[in-house]
Design a protein around this ligand. Structure first.
Ligand code: DON
Length: 306
């Protein structure tokens, strides 16, 4: 398959639609300033072949795409013990909802909604202590094969305005489901969301998800086991795009993880990983043009898990 021609075609078709639909996430002031007229797409096959088009080398705030990587780290470090306080069911609710936490006694529905990701962060802080943020950066840099860093301005912007996340953290703590100081857990969470990466870097970094857990660089040891990689993909398909997960499965049919910065990582198991980015998002927090690009990719390539 000529992947470069495929991505060039998608870029050419979507570029005229830039800035027409959706809007940037204004509830995080630093994200509200990102120009909407940007679109990037990049893929990397299991064999290491790469293709990219548009603004694929422009770094952006990966936001909730980071939840995929913190979950990966937590599964590596904790194994099944991770699931004592986090469930694995789609929530059918917005990513920052407090609703189900009340009736479900502070146990988050899944690791990809904000509550679940904050709970994962708590477990990572317990496991890694003061080294947690540096440990995450080391893992991301190793996966991407180049230095990855946090955007300090985005992290500070979110810390100053993240009232809902503060509420989620405190609410779970009130049920005894958070071990560490809530402020420390949120500091870790705001930093993971503020990781700055490009489509190309993300397509490479997520490579273990299409390679049964093997490291994208080949030489290094496995990132996760084969069964953990399968389970990460299952969680992406069922929970990775929040209350739009059913619609994503229907329209695209690939495991996906989105972020409110406009990035979406998708996996074609045993074939490739793909990342799209365009900053304007819909009501569920998923990139409008990114979703459309994935739909075009799946229909034109015939690559889907169904
Ligand atoms: O906590 C938040 O609300 C953001 N830092 C992340 C949310 C997000 O990316 C949702 N995804 N589409």
């Amino acid at each position: 398959m000529d992947f470069q021609a495929l991505l060039d075609g998608i870029d050419a078709e979507l570029r005229p639609q830039l800035g027409r639909e959706g809007r940037v996430a204004t509830y995080i002031p630093a994200l509200a300033r990102v120009p909407t007229a940007q679109f990037g797409i990049a893929l990397r096959t299991c064999a290491g072949e790469e293709a990219a088009a548009g603004d694929s080398a422009v770094p952006f705030s990966i936001q909730s795409v980071s939840k995929l990587f913190t979950l990966t780290l937590a599964m590596r470090l904790l194994g099944d013990a991770l699931w004592e306080r986090i469930n694995r069911e789609p929530s059918g609710n917005p990513f920052n909802s407090l609703l189900q936490l009340e009736s479900e006694q502070g146990v988050a529905r899944n690791p990809f909604i904000n509550a679940g990701a904050i709970a994962v962060g708590d477990r990572l802080l317990t496991a890694l202590g003061a080294d947690a943020k540096a440990g995450l950066l080391r893992m991301m840099s190793g996966l991407a094969g180049e230095a990855i860093d946090f955007d300090a301005e985005v992290a500070a912007s979110e810390a100053a305005t993240g009232y809902r996340n503060v509420a989620l953290g405190n609410f779970m703590k009130s049920f005894g489901k958070i071990d560490n100081d809530v402020a420390a857990v949120l500091d870790f969470y705001f930093h993971q969301c503020a990781l700055r990466m490009s489509c190309r870097q993300l397509a490479k970094a997520a490579g273990y998800l299409c390679r049964d857990g093997a490291h994208p660089s080949g030489g290094a040891g496995p990132v996760v086991s084969e069964s953990q990689a399968r389970r990460l993909n299952a969680l992406m398909l069922t929970c990775g795009t929040y209350d739009a997960a059913g619609e994503f499965a229907y329209r695209i049919g690939l495991p996906c993880k989105s972020g409110v910065g406009g990035g979406i990582v998708a996996v074609v198991p045993d074939r490739l990983t793909l990342c799209v980015w365009s900053p304007a998002v819909d009501d569920s927090g998923n990139s409008v043009l990114g979703t459309r690009a994935l739909e075009l990719f799946a229909s034109r390539s015939g690559l889907s898990i169904f």
